[in-house]
Design a protein. Structure first.
Ligand SMILES: Cc1ncc(COP(=O)(O)O)c(C=O)c1O
Length: 429
């Protein structure tokens, strides 16, 4: 009997090896990872230079506690990352996972206002649907009914107001006006931050608002004294074809960006937040310390992995590749859509792509969820990993598939992905 506490009672194959976008299980079966795990393994697996950098870091300085030391690995990586993301003057706070990073952003926003003498600002507005993490603060911030339902008695809903999802077919600036209305109804003096995924991930497969949306969001936040937090855990680090997805909206810059997943691309647990100089200074010139911390924050081996991954991303021009190959894969998905009528919509930016599933007769999602999970299972049997989801329509219904292969994917592998997906989609017909 296994001693592993599995995520579910499903029998799990045991993965034993990975290279590029492929994984092999203990029976020798090969899988093309069309989702990079959960849009994590952005440069593909098996890169010796990343493993080497991590080993070197572990030999040199395996651990320091963030309350006692900084480290050359953390100093160098933070500077390089802020440059890559075009964040002049921003500061990087490194943690181990996206949920920790979301918690950090929420707590920093709250402390920022308190330091400025506006401690009555506590509300964090987010959107529905959205996903910001599994820890209780991040989950309360998430607009994802199924993942949060069990825990709502532990949440003070008053602190977590939700804005309706943007409609990509409407005028973006007009659509964003709903945020102004919501802030006004809550009282701007009570709102600390608005947080959104620039391109939505797990909860609404690669939904991207129309142009003008984030430009107006940034204006509204600024006018109301509300911090704008961009959760780029999934969409950032080149996944959407630019270092930060948000910049595709006329170069909009957030007060705080939340990062994770692609940072160390699965080689090590690494996430973090980038905070503007104004936010950082307000805290440091105020009480002098961010009242928050995690034991493994800024781990030297994780940041060394992050630096080596960044080297690959830049050296092999993978951000541009994501943009170009993403456009071709989207074309391929459009072609599949002509043959699979339950594909209601295909969309995305770079190599973050989504397929909205539903009833071709009505053009609406099915009354019961399950189609995405069935297609995901069929794909797995065909040796393709995709990221199925549901709940985009009303928290329960609204099935979709998210695709996010390694940014280093080749044309041939993209063709293989489409072929396998084509076969898997037949289960819904
Ligand atoms: C946008 C977004 N934010 C936060 C998280 C949480 O990250 P983690 O699972 O690393 O805690 C996720 C994870 O899927 C995510 O997609």
């Amino acid at each position: 009997m296994s001693s592993v506490f599995y995520r579910s009672s499903l029998p799990y194959p045991v993965a034993v090896r990975a290279e590029g976008p492929y994984l092999w299980d203990s029976s020798g079966k090969r899988y093309l990872d069309g989702a990079s795990g959960a849009l994590v393994a952005n440069i593909g697996q098996g890169r010796a230079e990343v493993a080497e950098a991590m080993a070197q870091a572990a030999r040199t300085l395996a651990f320091v506690h963030g309350s006692q030391f900084s480290s050359p690995a953390l100093e160098n990586y933070s500077a390089r990352l802020m440059k890559f993301l075009d964040f002049p003057g921003y500061r990087f706070w490194a943690v181990s996972g996206g949920s920790e990073a979301t918690e950090s952003a929420i707590k920093l926003a709250r402390q920022y206002h308190a330091e400025r003498g506006e401690a009555q600002r506590y509300r964090i507005i987010t959107r529905r649907p959205s996903y910001h993490g599994a820890s209780l603060g991040a989950l309360a911030a998430s607009g994802m009914g199924a993942r949060r339902a069990l825990y709502t008695p532990l949440m003070n809903e008053d602190a977590w107001p939700k804005l309706d999802r943007p409609d990509p077919h409407r005028d973006g600036a007009q659509d964003a006006e709903a945020l102004r209305t919501l802030i006004a109804s809550l009282g701007p003096e009570t709102v600390a931050a608005f947080m959104a995924e620039p391109v939505v991930g797990a909860s609404d497969a690669a939904l991207a608002p129309a142009s003008g949306y984030y430009e107006r969001v940034a204006e509204i936040c600024c006018e109301s004294g509300v911090l704008f937090i961009a959760d780029e855990v999934m969409s950032g680090m080149g996944r959407c074809g630019t270092p930060l997805a948000l910049r595709q909206w006329s170069g909009v810059t957030p007060d705080i960006a939340v990062l994770g997943k692609g940072l160390a691309a699965g080689y090590a647990p690494l996430a973090g937040i980038a905070a503007s100089d104004e936010v950082y200074r307000t805290v440091m010139d105020g009480s002098g310390a961010f009242r928050h911390g995690f034991t493994y924050a800024g781990h030297p081996v994780s940041v060394a992995a992050g630096a080596a991954v960044l080297e690959v991303l830049e050296g092999e021009h993978l951000v541009e590749r994501s943009r170009e190959l993403g456009a071709r894969l989207l074309e391929g998905l459009r072609d599949l859509k002509t043959r699979h009528p339950q594909m209601l919509e295909v969309r995305g930016r770079g190599l973050m792509l989504g397929v909205v599933l539903g009833d071709p007769e009505t053009g609406e999602s099915y009354a019961a969820p399950g189609l995405a999970a069935r297609i995901g299972k069929a794909a797995f049997q065909h040796g393709l990993i995709v990221y199925p989801g549901s709940g985009a329509a009303d928290g329960v219904c609204g099935d979709h598939l998210l695709l996010g292969p390694a940014l280093s994917l080749t044309e041939g592998q993209a063709g293989e992905l489409l072929e396998k997906l084509d076969a898997a989609l037949k289960v819904g017909e």
